[in-house]
Design a binder for this molecule. Structure first.
Ligand code: GDP
Ligand code: MG
Length: 282
């Protein structure tokens, strides 16, 4: 029987564990990731005659390497290559929650979005154009209320189907523009990383972005991987010095700004409506 593996990701308190429990019921197992204290929860569910394994990843706001949780989440996705990542978002704080989703999209792993806490969002007058959001990002999007189970099974079905349709394709990373100071360096670094097959279990552009973000774990892995590491570090230093002297800022901040800019552009054009705004207009 074909087994589909799904990693549940999302910001802390977005409702991952609630969704996980709704899906797996008693069929779950709690263990540990080797060497650290972060819980590893796994569950199984039967769906339309197939077996789906679900891993409840620790909650994270980002995929940098600042916390054990972030490292666990990204290592799991890169090393274990789940068929799909289901990102559970708090719909009442969609913009902030999409920051993590965008990073999974940049990694290229197939992602399905669960817009959770829709009961709360509705109470606040928030309406989301799910079809438009799905079209813009190119991934399945489903509204859910994990606490009551609304939409959770449908989210799982969407995710499994999406995983199937993407299973024979290589990961296709989303490419965001990071502006005139960073894009050329990013392109050059990506080309070098690709041609050297450097850290090639990660997508090349993603490695380059992590370097520019000053990701210490990536740089540590890079130094073990070969001499290209020093060249990349030098390129990053050059762009960092330039940003410091011209804009008094640093690469990581620019990357975050452009990511939020990308999210804002996605949410513009009617993806999110506030009912009070709508009635104001009438
Ligand atoms: P996690 O940190 O992502 O695993 O989040 P939890 O599953 O632990 O949920 C955090 C809190 O949000 C709990 O109190 C849940 O009962 C609540 N919660 C989860 N899903 C929903 C939802 O769809 N609507 C509402 N109103 N609360 C929810
Ligand atoms: Mg949890």
């Amino acid at each position: 029987m074909k087994i589909t593996t799904i990693a549940l990701a999302g910001n802390p308190n977005s409702g991952k564990t609630t969704a996980f429990n709704a899906l797996t019921g008693a069929r779950q197992h709690v263990g540990n990731y080797p060497g650290i204290t972060v819980d590893k929860k796994e569950g199984r569910v039967r769906l339309d005659g197939r077996e789906v394994h679900i891993i409840d990843l620790p909650g994270t706001y980002s995929l940098t390497a600042y916390t054990q949780e972030e490292l666990v989440a990204r290592s799991y996705v890169v090393d274990e290559r789940p068929d799909v990542v289901v990102d559970v978002l708090n719909s009442a704080a969609l913009e902030r929650n999409l920051y993590l989703a965008v990073q999974f999209l940049e990694m290229g792993v197939p992602v399905a979005l669960g817009l959770n806490m829709m009961d709360e969002a509705r109470k606040q007058g928030i309406e989301i154009d799910v079809a438009r959001l799905s079209r813009t990002l190119g991934v399945p999007v489903r509204e859910t209320v994990a606490r009551s189970g609304e939409g959770v099974k449908e989210l799982l079905q969407d995710a499994v189907e999406f995983g199937d349709s993407r299973s024979k394709q290589p990961w296709t990373p989303l490419e965001i523009s990071y502006g005139a100071d960073i894009d050329p360096v990013l392109r050059a670094m990506t080309a070098r990383i690709e041609s050297e097959k450097f850290l090639d279990k990660y997508p090349a552009r993603w490695v380059a972005i992590k370097y520019i973000e000053g990701d210490e774990e990536m740089m540590r892995l890079g130094r073990d991987a070969g001499p290209l590491a020093l060249e990349l570090e030098a390129q990053v230093k050059e762009v960092a010095d330039h940003l410091q002297s011209t804009l008094n800022t640093y690469p990581e901040a620019v990357i975050a700004d452009y990511r939020y800019g990308f999210i804002a552009s996605v949410l513009r054009d009617g993806v999110v409506k506030r009912r009070d705004e709508m009635t104001d207009r009438i």
